[in-house]
Design a protein. Sequence first.
Length: 282
Amino acid sequence: MQIEHTTAELRTESVSVSYGAAPVVVDASFELAPGGITALIGPNGSGKSTLLRGISRLADSTGTVTLDGTDTSQLSPRAFAKRLTVLAQQRPTPGGLTVTEVVELGRHPHRRRFSRADPACHQAVERAITLTGLDALRDRPVTELSGGQLQRVWLATCLAQQTDVLLLDEPTTFLDLRHQMSLLDVIRDLADHHGLTIGVVLHDLEQAVDIADQVILVSEGRIVAKGTPAEVMTAERLTRIFGVPIDVTTSSSGEMTVRARRSGRRNSHHMEHREEPVLLYP
């Protein structure tokens, strides 16, 4: 099932975001390619989520953001919302609405003033529900859903918006492992088979290795490295940026593994160095 849309390259040039007088993101320049997934990684407070907010007009920013060469500052809010959507970390759960009704909220940019419907609404909503595996839940009140199910509903709402660019801010946070993997599979499919331009903030470095075509490493509000996971996620660089020993290994088949090392006393008679999966929160 294909989503009707045009592909788009998103490019930022010297984007900076401040809250009051305090700069949070400084001079960020990068590109998001059509049909590709870019993962933004970095320590807590490094500015990843703020950068997404600046790109998506949820925070005031300076610099330039373009879509296929068009400066997004020249687009009206409605025109912009037809090109780019963002899945925020948290959204209030609307009471009294079913899954289908919430997904229909994504059609707002396509509706005429004083109209609650648009010609493509039904088809777009059905596609979004199917792509996110929500067919069996379409008539359920969203207040009865689990966290993983609700996250898929919000992703479906973004897909119903039928934009070229999809930005996701920590979409796997608070989900159990099964729902994390399911959601990441959907996101990968959207890039591979539907050509969406996707940027995603991730706190799990292993997930970034698994899903991303490009990785952008952010530290203290600045981009310190960008490229393929293998190019960016070196042991030396990750150890320096995150402040804990991190090992990066590559198997003979090319599979990367990223693990943090810690030493700790398990009891009074036993001390050993242990390796743990990396789960470093932004």
